[in-house]
Design a protein around this ligand. Structure first.
Ligand code: CTP
Length: 441
């Protein structure tokens, strides 16, 4: 879907409200979009809250998707995008960690009081532009405070994901968590595991990619959520490193610094950064100096377990594991055999690995010399020297009398290596190379 300018989406959300109003219902912009508009941020989504029941909403719009009609939520599909329209409600507890066990349709005041944080519990009446704030959200927004609506225990018991949401909003908006709310987070931290892994992953992704990831992870640590969510990351705390390579301190400190330096990272880069040294706690050893032998390999195994636990997609898992496994190769790229180097550089994940390496340097000895040299090498390469068209194919080998089999892959790879190293440049040279190394077809 194209990213329409904000005012178009806002206008559409307002039109949806108007249609509901014209049919005799109350309809307001609700939750996160009101918070963002008041902060001058452009909202990612516009959610609408109404006293119309889902079936009544469905009757008013040509295309709707009943995402959670039993919970009063329906999506209205417009050419400008998809808008969530939710009936004013109070929620029962989220017993399965995914959905409230029941909902009761109610009015807007009760709907405000079922929401998580005061800054997320305001409405905006698009007809009058009036902000309807029943919970002190405006003041908390001004004072930059994340505070639950009412008793934190009750709000967290309803949905433990809110423990993590508090951290996310605090980090992303650079707000303080109110002390009573933070005490309750500490008290309930262990309950975070009762939430579904998919919802936890979505929150972690947002903490890692939406800015201020370092604050997010410091806060996860301070609120004691981290050992329950990612015990392997918690284990990096206090793991000492050789000062000559890591003057910044222990493995956790180093990782936090890298999180701080990330700029608009992809999900896979962000997780790659978070997990690149995840193998260090298990491989720490002290001989001539502190060493972490094989931490990349062990780390890749741990990263795979974490990705599986968080139900990451196969594509994301593969990339994250690849980044962890290969991050130690970067300093030696320029010493590699040319064919190996070129094959490595043309791997799909290489640009992310290079960025990870840049952050790794910045967060330790701070010299970017190696990264610059690799960038320089890449800039000197032409597409045809990195990915030359094959000089011989399997069919050529058959035509030359060779019998198809697994050896074909080996032969073609070796010929490509020779080509990448500039040893063979033409088809004739490739045939000559073939006859030399595999004389009998
Ligand atoms: N909400 C809640 N409890 C939750 C999730 C959501 O009370 N566990 C309410 C909040 O009022 C929130 C609204 O539902 O503002 C919409 O939720 P969501 O889209 O998840 O968050 P946003 O506040 O819109 O934040 P973001 O900008 O990150 O999407």
């Amino acid at each position: 879907m194209i990213d329409l300018p904000d005012d178009v989406r806002r206008r559409t959300a307002e039109q949806i409200c108007r249609r509901l109003r014209d049919a005799g219902f109350r309809a307001l912009l609700a939750g996160g979009c009101v918070r963002d508009l008041l902060m001058g941020i452009s909202p990612k989504d516009y959610d609408i809250a109404t006293n119309a029941r889902p079936e009544e909403v469905a009757n008013l719009f040509p295309r709707t998707i009943p995402v959670g009609a039993e919970f009063g939520v329906l999506k209205v599909v417009c050419p400008e995008g998809i808008f969530e329209v939710a009936t004013f409600r109070t929620d029962g507890p989220y017993e399965d960690g995914r959905r409230p066990s029941f909902v009761k349709f109610s009015d807007e005041i009760a709907d405000a009081f079922r929401r998580d944080f005061t800054i997320n519990a305001m409405f905006l009446d698009p007809e009058t532009n009036e902000v309807l704030d029943y919970v002190g959200g405006k003041q908390d927004l001004q004072m930059k405070i994340i505070r639950t609506v009412g008793a934190p225990e009750k709000r967290f018991e309803e949905d433990y994901l809110r423990l993590l949401r508090a951290v996310r909003f605090s980090a992303r908006l650079d707000f303080q968590i109110d002390s009573v709310t933070e005490e309750a987070i500490l008290k309930y931290a262990a309950n975070i595991v009762k939430t579904s892994p998919e919802r936890i992953r979505e929150e972690l992704v947002k903490i890692l990619t939406e800015g201020n990831a370092r604050s997010g992870f410091e806060l996860l640590d301070r609120t004691e959520l981290l050992p329950h969510l990612l015990p392997e990351v918690s284990a990096m705390k206090g793991v000492t490193q050789p000062a000559e390579f890591h003057p910044e301190g222990d493995v956790f400190t180093h990782t936090l610094l890298m999180l701080e330096f990330m700029q608009n990272p992809s999900v896979t880069l962000a997780f790659g950064v978070l997990l690149h040294d995840i193998g260090k706690p298990k491989t720490w050893s002290l001989g001539d100096r502190i060493r972490f032998n094989n931490h990349d390999k062990i780390g890749a195994e741990i990263a795979a377990e974490i990705c599986a636990r968080l139900r990451m997609s196969n594509r994301e898992t593969e990339r994250i594991v690849w980044l962890v496994k290969n991050h130690m190769k970067l300093p030696r790229v320029l010493e590699m055999k040319e064919s190996k180097r070129k094959r490595f550089i043309r791997e799909e994940g290489f640009p992310e690995l290079l960025e990870l390496g840049r952050l790794d340097c910045l967060a330790s000895h701070r010299s970017l010399e190696v990264i610059r040299q690799i960038q320089q090498y890449i800039s000197e390469q032409k597409q045809e020297t990195l990915r030359p068209a094959p000089l011989l194919t399997g069919n050529d080998l058959i035509a030359l009398g060779y019998k198809p089999g697994p050896v074909f892959t080996e032969i073609l790879d070796r010929i490509e290596d020779a080509q990448l190293e500039g040893i063979v440049q033409t088809k004739e040279q490739a045939v000559h190379f073939l006859r030399q190394h595999w004389p009998s077809p």
